[in-house]
Design a protein around this ligand. Structure first.
Ligand SMILES: [Fe+2]
Length: 197
């Protein structure tokens, strides 16, 4: 979970450049970290996206980002389950909702596309738009899921050598990690009690 708020490792290990855009919001069991990351999209190049990340307790983290295509949103859920000391299973879910195609969308001007057999040459019908949108959403969701798994695999060699330090030494720029640790204490049984940070 700490990975989601560790901007420095994201730059070094994953080649991304997350930057905090506002102080984190602490709301009991929820912690929202506001960040913006430049992501490369096929055909669009580098695009800067706001990607707030919200750990909800220690078993769920949610990321949401509005994509460049109007009406399209990426959502990723990270669900770690501790199995034993130093063993954790991490499950991912990812979905991309795609806005209905409009003028300038990647849909062909005629449907079926010219050169295909049969059918009138006209603007896409409702079912064709729905089918295209559903197919695009499925494909984009699959790409997002694969990207999430690829990123966590990059983390694995680091996590395999991680040691627990009750008082880790943080360097300048890691204030969010310190805040995360303080917030996370509320979920441990020997903590003094829930803290809102
Ligand atoms: Fe990571």
């Amino acid at each position: 979970m700490e990975n989601g708020v560790d901007f420095r490792h994201t730059a070094v290990l994953h080649g991304l450049d997350p930057r905090g855009t506002a102080p984190p919001d602490v709301d009991g069991p929820l912690l929202t970290v506001h960040r913006r990351t430049t992501t490369h999209f096929p055909g669009l190049g580098a695009v800067s996206l706001a990607q707030p990340v919200t750990p909800a307790g220690l078993g769920l983290m949610h990321l949401v980002a509005d994509l460049p295509e109007p009406g399209s949103t990426l959502r990723v859920w990270v669900l770690p389950t501790p199995l034993a000391p130093w063993r954790t299973r991490v499950r991912f879910a990812a979905t991309v909702s795609v806005g209905a195609p409009r003028g300038g969308s990647p849909l062909p001007e005629s449907w079926p596309p010219s050169g295909s057999s049969g059918g009138p040459s006209s603007r896409p019908s409702g079912w064709a738009r729905d089918a295209f949108t559903a197919a695009a959403a499925r494909a984009a969701s699959w790409v997002a899921l694969r990207a999430s798994v690829r990123i966590v695999k990059q983390d694995r060699p680091v996590l395999d050598h991680k040691r627990y330090l009750a008082q880790p030494r943080l360097v300048p720029g890691e204030r969010t990690i310190g805040l995360f640790g303080h917030w996370a204490r509320q979920f441990y049984p020997d903590a003094d009690g829930p803290e809102a940070g």
